[in-house]
Design a protein around this ligand. Structure first.
Ligand code: NAD
Ligand code: IPM
Ligand code: MN
Length: 357
């Protein structure tokens, strides 16, 4: 146990984000009562309700306030009542960029044969990590509309690729690979079409690879990588890629692990306050109906625990998630009939049982 309490900011956000984060908080409370987790947390009401009520999705000093915490647990942002997604980008990209959370870590494993969507591979063949560049690329926000609302309307959406940001994310990917048994990094880009970006990514990748002679390397174009993730997922260990491609490939990878209900992610700046969230969004199509799978949020909490040096507890929680899935206590998206709260309760009880054992 750490000497001082872990300080968490909890930002449930919108839609099912609130439903799944509520289950994680019930677990955190139980762990705290059991003496297994020394933690305190502040819940922040950033999101659509606040935006609709006040015109601002978050307070002006919001990101500054986040720096006082060890870690942030987020739900999801996005609400059909607010058609302009700018408020959501302000929160999500704000956290990623203002806190310089340059590593978007998206691990995927298929933990049960029943969740394996591919008939030609075994569940155990699906075990990969996407290391997504999280601060630039096409997400940098540079651009604009020229002659808006006319027949000559033109959108410019710039892609920014800097050597500094590519180098640090590539190095992070090699570091992740060094800790995994298969020690392989695949660079995924679209350098055949996007020449300048491709040059920076490929040159930097080759240069950083020299520092990690024990790690195997390969390079795939993104279209082939998408195909290969379905044809032969076992060939992938760590994938490093730019922001938009990482976004696309991480939903595809999530499906290999059983679906978005299970896919967790960390937005990380090593040693600094970092943010942990499900890969999925606010799922307005199922919000408010008790159908959301909370396992991705629990998985994000496990990644958070690892970030705050509670890998012991993270391992217990991940094992409990595995137990619950194998017992068939899952929501409809994973083929079950359980509710969000029932899955949440099962994970909580199983985690406490494992800790007591
Ligand atoms: P989504 O991830 O919310 O949902 C995609 C599909 O997966 C839906 O059919 C949904 O019901 C299902 N799904 C997702 N999570 C699930 C869960 N935990 N349990 C069961 N089913 C689940 O993607 P979308 O519909 O494209 O986006 C909805 C809103 O969320 C949009 O406003 C989008 O911009 C936003 N979004 C936010 C984040 C984030 O905050 N990090 C991420 C993705 C999307
Ligand atoms: C994600 C989401 C976000 C992204 C959206 C909501 C802007 O899809 O975290 O994967 O594209 O990064
Ligand atoms: Mn996404």
């Amino acid at each position: 146990m750490t000497a001082r309490p872990v300080r968490m900011a909890v930002v449930p956000g919108d839609g099912i984000g609130r439903e799944v984060v509520a289950e994680v908080i019930r677990l955190a409370e139980a762990l705290r009562s059991a003496g297994s987790l020394l933690a305190s947390w502040d819940e922040l009401d950033w999101g659509a309700d606040r935006f609709l009520a006040t015109g601002r999705a978050l307070p002006p000093d919001g990101f500054q306030r986040l720096r006082a915490f060890d870690a942030i647990l987020a739900g999801a942002f996005g609400d059909p009542r607010v058609p302009d997604a700018e408020y959501m980008r302000e929160i999500l990209f704000g956290m990623r960029v203002e806190l310089d959370l340059y590593i978007n870590l998206r691990p995927v494993r298929c933990i049960d044969e029943r969740l394996n969507p591919l008939k030609h591979v075994r569940a155990s063949d699906i075990d990969l990590v996407i290391v997504r560049e999280n601060t630039e690329g096409l997400y940098c926000g540079a651009g604009g509309l020229v002659r808006p609302n006319s027949v000559h309307e033109m959108a410019l959406q710039e892609m920014v690729v800097t050597r500094r940001c590519v180098e640090r994310i590539v190095r992070a990917a090699f570091e992740v690979a060094s800790t995994r048994p298969r020690r392989k990094v695949t660079l995924v880009d679209k350098g055949n079409a996007l020449r300048f970006a491709g040059e920076v990514w490929q040159n930097t990748f080759r240069q950083v690879a020299v520092e990690f002679p024990e790690v195997m390397t390969e390079h795939l174009y993104a279209d082939v990588a998408a195909m290969e993730m379905v044809r032969d997922p076992a060939r992938f260990d760590v994938i490093v890629t730019e922001n938009l491609l990482g976004d696309l490939l991480s939903d595809l990878a999530a499906m290999l692990g059983g679906g978005l209900g299970l896919a967790a992610s960390g937005n990380i700046n090593p040693g600094q306050v970092s943010m942990f969230e499900p890969v999925h969004g606010s799922a307005p199509d199922i919000a408010g109906r008790g159908r959301a799978c909370p396992l991705a949020a629990f998985g994000a909490f496990a990644l958070l625990l690892r970030h705050v040096h509670r890998g012991d507890l993270a391992g217990v929680l991940e094992a409990a998630i595995g137990d619950v899935v194998r017992a068939g206590t899952v929501t409809p998206d994973l083929g079950g009939t359980s509710t969000t709260a029932e899955v949440g309760t099962a994970v909580r009880e199983r985690t406490l049982e494992r800790l007591a054992a």
